[in-house]
Design a protein around this ligand. Structure first.
Ligand code: BMX
Length: 285
């Protein structure tokens, strides 16, 4: 009997674009590229589809998870520091034309939340997923239902009425790299973690400051939603030592108020696995 076609999954974040062929939640092949961060999203997507042209004919539907908000198939940024996307970019139309297949699109962190809830560290319990990445995204699953729209956009919480600074502007990978620039020119967030690991005090302070803010966010999420689990992913969230720093910052909390923190088990595949499952179910958010 002929094998069922796979789903083409795309996870387009502020730093990288990950494409994968996924069948029955199994990632068969992946291709990763840096997100260009300049020019037009149609050009980024064209470059990605050129790079995966060898997969043509192996998929019959597409799931696209993107940083930013997707309304009626149109993609917009909430924070242009994370990725500068023109307002209401026609995402599903453009990907539909490039792939020739039906397309389901959603926010990247919500898709990853669904992946972790269904097949990873969420264990199919009420959960909140947090990605600490270029920005800070999130997804909420309650009673088996993934909340769509703006729900889970914790990185957009405002800290300050006067400046409109967002939480992610003081926590995320983008912030970590910016803070490091006076110590090491053009340092990436990854290089800051390496410097902290090598014992550089300035780098350790930046990483700790970010982890403490994330711990505070987890405390507040627990009070708002009381999830069974908070699952943390993203390049920063899963960087060595980050979760331990969050746990340390939560150390003194009374047990009833303490969030149950878990590392994302699907790692960087959470988004592609989650959006593949949503596309297979044709589950619009
Ligand atoms: C921002 C926001 C979210 C996204 C989150 C993580 C934009 C462009 N993105 O809060 O929609 O989920 O970043 O995105 O406004 P990532 O690119 O860091 O994975």
């Amino acid at each position: 009997m002929a094998q069922a076609q796979a789903t083409l999954s795309i996870d387009l974040g502020g730093t990288k674009m990950l494409a994968a062929l996924v069948r029955d939640r199994t990632v068969l092949e992946t291709h990763k590229m840096a997100t260009p961060r300049g020019g037009d999203p149609a050009e980024w997507l064209q470059a990605l589809f050129d790079a995966i042209a060898m997969w043509n004919g192996r998929y019959d539907k597409v799931g696209v998870a993107v940083t930013g908000i997707v309304d009626d198939g149109h993609w917009s940024a909430l924070n242009r520091n994370t990725l500068d996307i023109p307002d209401r970019f026609p995402l599903t139309d453009v990907v539909g034309a490039l792939s020739g297949s039906p397309v389901l699109a959603a926010n990247d962190a919500q898709a990853a939340a669904w992946g972790e809830f269904s097949f990873g560290a969420g264990r199919r319990e009420d959960m909140v997923f947090l990605t600490v990445s270029t920005g800070i995204g999130g997804g909420i699953v309650v009673n088996g239902r993934l909340l769509g729209g703006l729900a889970g956009h914790f990185g957009q919480f405002r800290l300050d009425e006067a400046t409109h600074h967002t939480l992610e502007d003081q926590v995320s990978g983008h912030w970590i790299a910016g803070e490091a620039s006076v110590h090491q020119k053009d340092a990436t967030a990854r290089e800051v973690f390496a410097a902290a690991d090598a014992g550089q005090e300035w780098a350790r302070r930046i990483v700790e400051a970010s982890a403490r803010q994330t711990a505070l966010l987890c405390r507040n999420i627990q009070l708002a939603l009381d999830p069974k689990r908070i699952v943390i992913g993203g390049g920063i969230g899963l960087a060595p030592g980050y979760l331990t720093s969050i746990e340390r910052a939560l150390g003194d909390l009374p047990p009833r108020l303490k969030p149950s923190i878990h590392a994302a088990e699907l790692g960087e595949n959470a988004g592609v696995v989650g959006i593949a499952d949503l596309a297979e179910r044709q589950q619009q958010l």
